[in-house]
Design a protein around this ligand. Structure first.
Ligand code: C2O
Ligand code: CU
Ligand code: CU
Length: 566
């Protein structure tokens, strides 16, 4: 009797000590957002604290930004991490100067103030640093957060959208920590799972209380390298309602969803009548193909780095879900149709570009990897794309590992996966697509709205160590010739004089809402938001001599010109 009681207590202790409630990041709403990116630390393990990066009041990750389609947002990013960084709005369609790519650096203690009009469809996006060579380090340390875009089409549907009540953000990460408890950007033996920054492995569990009704989960795989094959215990079915950049036409019923790094999905689970029950969000890695990071570990060539995480190729627990009583006004049914996507037509494509994923040899498993044999070069523009161009990009993976391909500026539609029509859940708007080893994918997209011959947009592998290692390219979107451009939109031009200048520069534009000026390092030297006049005079007398890029933004256009300061 005594013995049984003791065992019971020990088990109870073990179970209760390690369980954390799912943290829900606070939301920030517009039009003005302030993000203070800072150094912090978390006691993830016993012994040494882990050094982290975070935004605002958090010690790890950051608040969820709520954007409304059609509105302007003004963001102030304050860099207090003691290192140069950038902040990129992943999946958002905006001028390249506002995109936060590797050219738009924010120096330590500096402030960056992008502003833009939200043109995207309702979906789940995210933000994270993108500084060349340090993206993995900075993201893995915790500098990331979610963006939720809302729009009228989504708002008109009967869907769960009470944040933290029936609509849950889930930022899922898996990383490796060294013997001093510090995150390892290159760690391929990643086995520490974090859900919204809470530990969910090695004896820790995260519990979420979900009400007994239809519940929405916004899944983001924010890992450096691991692909997750999500599902629920007992093979409970669920509905996928949105991919990276918007709603699907109709909910897709399934029991698995595979998300590679950078990908998002919104899913609905039906918990009606399940009050009091417990289920688990799982990673079914045993079902992943070899060559996908997280799947069964391949037999490795001699000299390869250790990449045998104990989670590879097995099924594991990510989060416990305890079903609680229904809320008031619960959503209890799922709409049968959601929206009507209008994919671009292949017959309208102006060009097909082939991007081969390559490595120095077929045996390479840890990189470096390249696009068409080229490593990333900040000074090389890989493609000049005319504004308005409809393009098919054919991604051909000639390596033995899978790569999640991501492109900035646009959302795309898959038109082919391995020679076949892609699965229905991949037919919506996307900005990341996983290309398995020795396989191919084709997508179609259109480069609209934002031309800028100076600041490029990126495309890259979203395995962060591959990206940092050079598996990245860049393109500029070129304005059309002036005549055609003026026909299309007569608000898109500005004049700047005198040029060269010594002390004063004047900008005249038919319409301008903000102006930013950058030096050749991509550092912002001047910015002015909320402009309500048509002309601006700027004093350049304190600036160092050289070439500068002047970016003039109006509500839906962003045009750049160069000036010389003598
Ligand atoms: Cu999520 Cu170019 O990045
Ligand atoms: Cu991106
Ligand atoms: Cu890759």
């Amino acid at each position: 009797m005594k013995l049984l009681l003791k065992i019971g207590l020990v088990l109870l202790g073990f179970n209760s000590i390690a369980q954390t409630a799912l943290p829900i990041p606070d939301t920030l709403s517009g039009p003005n957002y302030v993000l203070n990116m800072h150094k912090d630390s978390v006691q993830f393990f016993s012994g040494n604290i882990s050094h982290t990066y975070a935004f605002n009041q958090y010690k790890y990750l950051g608040p969820t930004l709520i954007f409304n389609k059609g509105t302007n947002v003004n963001i102030t990013v304050n860099n207090q991490i003691g290192d140069t960084t950038t902040v990129h709005w992943h999946g958002i369609h905006l001028p390249s100067m506002m995109d936060g790519g590797p050219h738009t650096t924010i120096l330590p203690n500096a402030i960056w103030t992008p502003s833009f009009t939200v043109m995207d469809n309702a979906a789940t996006y995210w933000y994270h640093p993108h500084f060349m060579g340090k993206t993995a380090k900075q993201v893995i340390k915790g500098a990331a957060g979610l963006i939720i875009v809302r729009d009228p089409i989504e708002a008109a549907l009967t869907l769960p959208r009470k944040y933290g009540v029936d609509d849950f953000p889930l930022i899922i990460q898996c990383q490796q920590y060294d013997s001093l408890n510090q995150s390892m950007p290159l760690g391929m033996q990643d086995s520490t799972i974090l859900v919204n920054g809470a530990r969910a492995s090695h004896g820790f569990t995260v519990n979420a209380n979900f009400p007994a009704q239809i519940v929405r989960m916004r899944l983001l795989n924010a890992s450096g390298e691991r692909t997750f094959n999500f599902g629920f215990t007992a093979n409970k079915q669920f509905k996928i309602i949105a991919s990276d950049g918007g709603l699907l036409d109709n909910p897709v019923t399934t029991s698995r969803i595979r998300l590679s790094p950078g990908e998002r999905a919104e899913i609905l689970i039906d918990l009606n009548g399940m009050n009091g029950q417990i289920l688990h969000l799982m990673g079914y890695a045993s079902e992943l193909a070899m060559g996908i990071q997280g799947g069964p570990t391949m037999p490795m060539p001699v000299g390869s780095p250790p990449m045998d995480s104990p989670l590879n190729g097995i099924d594991f627990n990510i989060m416990q879900i305890t079903v609680t009583p229904q809320t008031t006004n619960p959503v209890t049914t799922i709409p049968s149709s959601l929206t009507t996507n209008a994919p671009y037509l292949s017959s309208q494509a102006n060009i097909t570009r082939t991007i081969r994923f390559t490595a120095d040899s077929l045996m390479v498993m840890d990189g470096p990897f390249y696009f068409n044999g080229n490593s990333f070069d900040m000074m090389r523009i890989d493609y000049e794309i005319p504004l308005g161009s409809t393009e098919i990009w054919k991604l051909v993976n000639e390596t033995m590992v899978a790569h999640p391909f991501h492109i900035h500026d646009v959302q795309f539609f898959l038109i082919d996966r391995s020679g076949n029509i892609p699965p229905t859940e991949e037919l919506g708007r996307k900005d990341v697509v996983l290309v398995p080893p020795f396989d191919s994918v084709m997508f179609i997209t259109k480069f609209e709205d934002f031309a800028d011959t100076i600041t490029p947009f990126m495309y890259h592998c979203h395995i962060l160590m591959h990206e940092d290692d050079g598996m990245m390219g860049q393109f500029v979107v070129k304005p059309l010739s002036v005549g055609v451009n003026e026909l299309k939109n007569n608000n898109n031009s500005f004049s700047i004089y005198p040029n060269p200048t010594n002390s004063i520069v004047n900008i005249d534009a038919k319409e301008m809402t903000s102006v930013s000026i950058f030096n050749t390092l991509g550092e912002m030297v001047y910015t002015q938001n909320k402009i309500s006049t048509n002309s601006l005079q700027i004093n350049t007398s304190q600036w160092s001599k050289g070439l500068y890029t002047v970016q003039v933004n109006s509500n839906n256009q962003s045009i750049a010109k160069k000036i010389i300061v003598n």
